[in-house]
Every structure is written in C-alpha cells, then in structure tokens.
Design a protein around this ligand. Sequence first.
Ligand code: HEM
Length: 408
Amino acid sequence: MATAQQVPDILSPEFAENPYPAYRVMRESAPLIWHEATQSYIISRYDDVERAFKDKESVFTTDNYDWQIEPVHGKTILQLSGREHAVRRALVAPAFRGTDLQQKFLPVIDRNARELIDTFRHTGSVDLVGAFATRFPVNVIADMLGLDKADHAQFHRWYTAVIAFLGNLSGDPEVAAAGERTRVEFAEYMIPIIRDRRENLGEDLLSTLCAAEVDGVRMTDEDIKAFCSLLLAAGGETTDKAIASIFANLLLRPEQLAAVREDRSLIDRAFAETLRFTPPVHMIMRQTAADVELSGGTIPAGATVTCLIGAANRDGSHFQDPDTFNIFRDDLTTTTAFSAAADHLAFALGRHFCVGALLAKAEVEAGVNQLLDAMPDLRLADGFDPVEQGVFTRGPRSLPVEFTPVPA
Ligand code: HEM
C-alpha cells in the first residue's frame, strides 16, 4: 500500500489548485493510500469506488456520517441502513420525482430562475456564481418547503456554515463551532414551523413530509427538521456547483456552447458530462464493517474510507480520453445519467444514490435554458480564466460573463 508522501497530499495547496494530476498518479500507482491527517484510506479507481457505493457485500456502511454530519444536521437518512433506510427513502422520494416534481415544483423552479435573472438581465455583465448559482438552488429548496421568502438570506447564511463544516477536512475549530451553532439556530427556526404546518397542511414539501406515512411510520418533528437541514447542503451546494461548472465547461468550449444553445435537448448531455468531468462532490466517505480487499491491499474493519469520485470519474478504464470534456462522448449514457444506473459516480450509486437527482436535472435545465435565452451572446468576461476551488466539493470560484442585453 502507498503512503501519502508519494502523491500530493489531499490537504495540500497543490492538490487544492488542481487535483486531477494527483488523481491520475493515485489511480495508476497508489490506488490505496493510508492518509494520516484524515485517518482514512483513500481509494481512487472507478471499480473500487463503484464497489464501495454499490456495497453488494454489506461491508461499506455510512456510519461515518455519525461524526461527519450528525453534529450539524441531527440524524439523517444518510446514516440509516436496511429496512429503516428503505422506509425513510420511501417517505421522502416521491416528492422529488414524477407528478410532485412536474406539477408542484417545476413552476417553483422556473419562477426562482426568472426572479434571479431579472436582477441582472439588463446589465450586460454578471458573475454567474455570485448572482445565480449560489442562490438559485437554495431559494428553490426554501420555496419548495413553503418557507417565508424574507428568510432566504438567513437560509443562505446557514447553508454557507453547513458547507464549511462538511468541507472542514483540516478540523478548524471555529468552522466546527459555527456548524454546531447553525444546528441550534436552524432547530429554533424550523421546529415551530413544522408544528404549525402539521395543523395547516398545504401543497408544499414540508406538508408532504409532515403527512407522509409508509407502513404506519411517520417522520417526527426532529426527523423532518434534520431532513430539511440536510436538503440545504445536499440539494443546495451540489446543484450550485453543478450550474457553475456546466457554464464554465461550456464557456471554455464555445463550439459546444453553440451546439447546446442551438439544440436545447443537449443540456442533459452537457449536464451528464459535467457531472463526470467536474463533479460537484469530489469525495464521499464510508466506514468498513469487515476487512475488505480492494486494488492495492486490504482495508481493515472499522476504518474510514475516502472514495474519490473526482478521480474515479476520470478513470481511463471506463471513459475514453477521460480528461477531455466532450458532451458528444459515446461512453456516457444520458438516459441513465440521472438514475442509479448512471455510469458516472457523481450521485453515488446503491441505496444512498442521490434522491434529488431528477430535481437537480430539472433545476439545471431551467437555469441553463433561461440564462441562454436572456444572454444570446454570452461569453466569459475579457481575459477571465475560471479557477476551481474546493477539495470536498468543488466548482468555479466565480464566473464573470458579458452579454448584450435582450431589449424588453
Ligand atoms: C448536481 C447535484 C447533486 C449532486 C452532485 C448530489 C450528490 C449526491 C451524492 C454523491 C449523494 C450520496 C451520498 C452518499 O452516498 O454518502 C447524494 C445523496 C443525497 N442527495 Fe444529492 N446531489 C445533488 C442534488 C441533490 C438535490 C437537488 C437534493 C434534494 C433537494 C439532494 C438530496 C440528497 C439526499 C436527501 C441524499 C441522501 C439519500 C440517501 O441517503 O438515501 N441532492 N447526493
């Protein structure tokens, strides 16, 4: 087994600047690394990460979330397994697909995209990250839950604290304390709203969660609060990065941007390829319940495993020319890219496969369509080269663009 010295450390500035060369070295010559600072085993090959996510042998548990996210959200679906997980999943999943998504939430998504674009459509220049990507998904979630619009700014602050907590690989105590404070503030805010909503059910997601029942099981106020808190991070941060990255990838390749502008059915291809090439979540952890042998050696029982999605998605044994962004590649199936049969690993696979994948797809479609309509000659600001930031989650730091405003 390799040690961290042979490849750039995942906590080093060099890795943060550009992890892709390090991912290549890991896949090729150090597929299993013991990483002292995070006390975890790092895996990077597609087959190993896929095996951990699919977990056919019931070895890779999600017990890591007990310390990784419970302090900030409370106990969530991510920590559950077996029947308990299946019941909880059945309670929440219908809200994120099918008629609920189409009829109740698509209008919410469209409206939120339009409201944000209205703030800059006449200006001729904007930072797509600051003015759109970081706001759109979190506004959509707050609106889907039926929360007060006036609280969106507060939601955005909590969201930022939660994200910082999750990405706190180096264990900064101030970031940890801010994350824990958010848990208290969020509970003080949400619990009275949940109690009130139980008495006054409406058409919103919070009402659906209050009323949902499977096999006589309902969610408690604490369960619903924790789930809403998880949605901020799981549905906000990820989709935020996805929207910023799809634009960065296309703006850097004007011929592919032109193709998508011309034929909007290509948005799904561009989104799937963005999820493969620049996934919003670069690493997901698991905890082993037994010794398990992977490429490069054996991981002992009770160990934390860091699964590098960003590395696995560029594994040459699964994708041709993996370091090239190409929306027309034929080794990535668009029809399954937003389901548990996906060939990229950006939504994970197996029982914890992202429950919000179709919602994310709907948001990206609406956002990209409306932005392209509002900005016919969209281009990167003169001389600007997008810089990615983040190690745990990753996306462009900013994306200043210029365009000729469409006359009203
Ligand atoms: C491009 C956007 C998104 C990406 C890349 C993404 C990524 C992921 C990943 C990697 C997981 C698996 C975590 C694990 O196995 O440990 C996950 C699970 C989850 N995601 Fe997403 N996600 C996205 C959007 C969303 C949205 C929009 C929502 C909902 C509003 C959402 C809600 C969830 C939930 C609740 C889970 C836990 C599912 C379970 O434990 O059964 N995600 N997501």
